[in-house]
Design a protein around this ligand. Sequence first.
Ligand code: ADP
Ligand code: MG
Length: 265
Amino acid sequence: MSEPLLHIEDLHVEVEGREILKGLNLTLHVGDIHAIMGPNGSGKSTLAYVLTGRPGYEVTRGTVSYKGENILDLAPDERAQRGVFLAFQYPTEVPGVSIVNFLRTAYNAIHADEQKSAMQFRMYLQEKVDLLEIPHELIDRYVNQGFSGGEKKRAEILQMAVLKPELAIMDETDSGLDIDALKHVSAGVNKLAGPDVGILLITHYQRLLNYIRPNRVHVLMGGRIVKSGGFELAEQLEAEGYAGVAKEIGLSEAEAREVEAVEAR
Ligand code: ADP
Ligand code: MG
């Protein structure tokens, strides 16, 4: 088999002195769509942040290789230049900066040898807006300011379309979406999926996976991937909840109770 796009081995990560990831292993090949499901607070966003280089997330052990290269020593912008992209769980507002200018700056920053003028970029962006069926007015609005939950996530997908990542990490792209927005956003992701990109779909709920079919599902609990399988694993989670799976895989009493407590909140 070809070299993996992403290969994570025994990853341990601390946040503010507390160990959140405790020996996580994961291998993803280009063209794959893997779902990572886990209860709230299990470290899903921590994984997304550590892969993209957000400060404050300290790797204390383990390795992350992306296309055969150790990316942990690279700055966030260097990772982005190599094709790593994160769609945020909570996209931030950037008052005073329009989507079109924001995206052009981002595009030019990671395509040093393929700069686009304002005019060229508008044409390029229009193609993506048409492809994703996004209302055209959105691109002249300030980034995420006054956006609905659905509009924010649409803007994240538009950013993905523009930047053309090789590894796209989507952190709870389904959270806060009503069913129409969920369908729209999922359709966008499906249009961008393909043999040239690997997608890590982070989600708490199975419902997203009814629209974006992963070829593998992983359960993140207690800081590790505790179970992997096909779509049926997502269905099992939906039926039994995380606490059920925690018992089945033999998490310690304390760890299982923690899962139950967080889920009950
Ligand atoms: P998930 O995305 O699965 O809900 P997170 O990765 O956001 O989980 O959080 C995992 C744990 O790490 C939680 O207990 C959370 O409180 C803690 N954590 C994450 N980021 C920070 C941070 N910046 N400061 C302090 N604690 C954090
Ligand atoms: Mg999260």
